[in-house]
Write a protein of this length. Sequence first.
Length: 492
Amino acid sequence: MSSLAGGRPVARLAAIGACLLAPGIASADAPGRLPRPEAPAGTARVSPAADTGVDIVRMPPPPAVRPPAPTPAVQRPPDAGPKPAPPSRTPEAPPAETRGRIAKLPVKIAALPYDAQRGTLGARTDALDRSLAGALGLLDDKGVLVLDAQRGGPAAQAGMRFGDIIVGLDGKAIDGTDDLRRQVASLAPGSSVVLDVWRVETDGGDFLRTLRRLADAGNAEAMLRLGRLYAAGIAVRRDEVEAVRWFQAGSAAGNLSASTSLAAALLEGRGTTKDTQEGIRLLQMATARNNLEAMYRLAVQKAQGKVVAKDINEALRLFNRAADAGFTPAMLDLAHMYNTGEGVAIDPAKAAQWYRKAADLGNSIGMVNLGFMYQQGRGVERNDITAVGLYRKAASEGNSSGIHNLAAVLDGGRGVPRKDPEQAATLIMRALEMGNEFSLQQMTRNPRAWSVEFRRALQRHLHEAGVYNGKVDGELRPEYTEAINTYFKRER
């Protein structure tokens, strides 16, 4: 049984179980799943782990960046959006102008847990929309919105908080999330920089209050942002019903991403009564207006054939259209289809090409799956060193499958200068902490695929976590398995 894990792309195709190879590595055979309309995604995927340097949340992204979880229909939709409910609050007075100031925050760069040569801020961020940026007092949408700062990390220690917008680093403007990630990753851990942060001062500096005020005043992007925050439980208590109310308001205000998120909720019955016909209508309407996330979700539905008539040719057309426009989840689905022959002739080389395109755009699932293709020598020339590099990069992005696979190769010594079971155990603890089911299965059902030195190190970590009191000798006993299950199930 293999011990390698694979990033799962879409929600449409089956589940976790593709062909596994080397001990402990998950397969690349999976579609590109977006975070719930969220939630990323991820992308996520919120995709995303707090220790990924600058962890970009795909809470369902603004089209053209990433994420989703699918469904489509049949009739030609009208031009107007649905009849969504009004925002949850009504303004009693004209909105006040939003004021802010630039704060200069000295930050000491830390090292990524999985790559000691790359820097990290320890913050989750998201892209800015032009209309929201303008409403917040900025001249353009350059910059990066901070969703949260990892406790004890560089950003948190510098005083960064939810709602801050990073607009510069050492006097150099930040264009967006990818630019910030690249700049920070290139910095030497331990070095110091100064971040220019735009901080809203209106509403007592409470960014959430500012968002609500802007949404009540009719800002559709603020409505979408609030819906995503409630769906993902970021800065607020998770509330699917409240999320849907804001998605409805944003959709009524003409925001296509809000319409797409509302469609996903209607198709799944999350936070509202299930209504597949209306959900499909919204997807069709947004697709007709070139919303890439809606286009992707509609393609998934055409491929599944559960809510609408199955039409692989139309699904392929939509996947290709979204992928050609840079939407990475569509690239992942196309790669999966060519890798498995679902609806198309099997073509591993074309599958690898699509995984590479997604990886080159920063998609960590694409990195994991392409790495697996390199280990298999499927569609590309076999190269364990290249595979390890891709796993390491995915791990640095907070992808738990990348973290797991990196652990597997470090323990087995494949594609790395030397075996490192100690580091492998540290990585598996992180994957378990992030809720990676494949890691749990490997540790509890396939433990002999891992070295005695690795199991000894893992026992020591479990003991330090307070869940294991047995001998630290690498031997397999019931209490070892129980400790792993306890650690995995603990409250995160």
